[in-house]
Design a protein around this ligand. Sequence first.
Ligand code: 4AD
Ligand code: MG
Length: 480
Amino acid sequence: MFNKRIRIKDLLASDKVNYEATVMGWVRTFRNNQFIALNDGSTNNNIQIVATLGEFDEALLKRLTTGACVKATGEVIPSLGKGQKVELKATTIEILGDSDAETFPMQPKKHSLEFLRENAHMRFRTNTFGSVFRVRHALAFAIHKFFNDKGFLYLHTPIITASDAEGAGEMFKVTALPLDGTAPKNDDGTINFKEDFFGRSTNLTVSGQLEGELAATAFSDIYTFGPTFRAENSNTTRHLAEFWMIEPEVAFNDLEDNANLAEEFIKYVIKHAMDNNKEDLEFLAQRLEDEEKQKPQTERSEFGLLEKLNFVVDNDFERLTYTEAIEILRESNHNKKKKFQYPITGWGMDLQSEHERYLVEKHFKKPVILMNYPKEIKAFYMRQNDDGKTVAAMDILAPGIGEIVGGSQREERMDKLTQRMEEMHIPAEELWWYLDTRKFGTCPHAGFGLGFERLVQFVTGMGNIRDVIPFPRYPKSAEF
Ligand code: 4AD
Ligand code: MG
């Protein structure tokens, strides 16, 4: 059987020696015409394969270039070299795929993250991206495990939809109509979407929440985990046009239950990664430390990556209201010395990421849950508080990231909901199905959305969100 191989991670984990094994992977380096460092992506550690001098064809040895795909069989023996317990003394070496040393982009040297982004099709073969994507996998697995163990139902919400869940209008259109000017038109010259594939105008979803609410009012506890799309022209280290979101929605929960669930959830998945991806996180921590050393002393973070993650898992998140946060920001020296790009103008203003980061990084030095925002700066579906000014919203802010979670208790009272929709010019006819949940057995419920890539960024310490998703989509970029 061709595929009878041992994973390099498993081979290296065992002390067992003097047995025959086959490994397959890609050459990282080939030294002294004798030592192959082979990697199969199961770990950043390479297996050293010894091609004893004189035992292999010169022609074959020449093809052992960085990037080549190799199958090697031999005896597992104790390693004399430092850093690994065992190595493989090859009896046969087969080149499965050649790699031209001159043109292979992943040379055995340090590449910039920008270069690797331009070569995202090959960057999986580096240690940094090996670790990032193994951690990403672990977090995705932990997310399903967390909700499954709690009895939640995993709901698949549609990717193509006619509604704008967030009411922010940042949607990509989906159409099958021709774009060469021949699309059917209405009398007023606008496109006639009745003639389009779905018989109406549609777009890629910005959030599965509204459909999630439908299911929560039947299954009680659901979550979604899928791709979402935002056509916002944000060229930042924290925005993608295509990102993955986890959205639990829970019947009978209020805002406090919602915050408790989010905090427990975040701690659980981070702990899972720490327990299961120790090696990768240690590698990423070292990487971050090296990167920090390039920065001026004052800009360096106090904590290492692992310390930061431990701290988050072990400590309560700080909870406060939007109103309290505005006070803290207004009174801060930072504001008084006019160091914010957007000065604190007062209650009602939307918080910019510099404000969020001030709260978590400078003031509280821990994750923060901000609650009860002014209704004017939040979505139509959030539950109105008795003060007539605020809604039962919550955002979770994380050090180095800013907003990582956005959620709320939902407005379950039909009259209040339709009134708010009217005020915000959201047509009730289009959301008749959403309003039906309030008509037939409405119930208190709450939910939130966690941006998966922001979580992966937080756990891996990667500075740019484009480096934690395999093939990032952002303004002017959709390569690969
Ligand atoms: O705050 P948002 O817009 O909330 C919602 O979409 C709600 N429907 C969620 C809910 O209550 N079910 O987005 C939720 C999270 C943000 O906190 C952020 O982590 C992430 O999604 N996010 C993005 N991540 C990457 N790139 C973007 N452009 C993002 N926009 C939001
Ligand atoms: Mg938000």
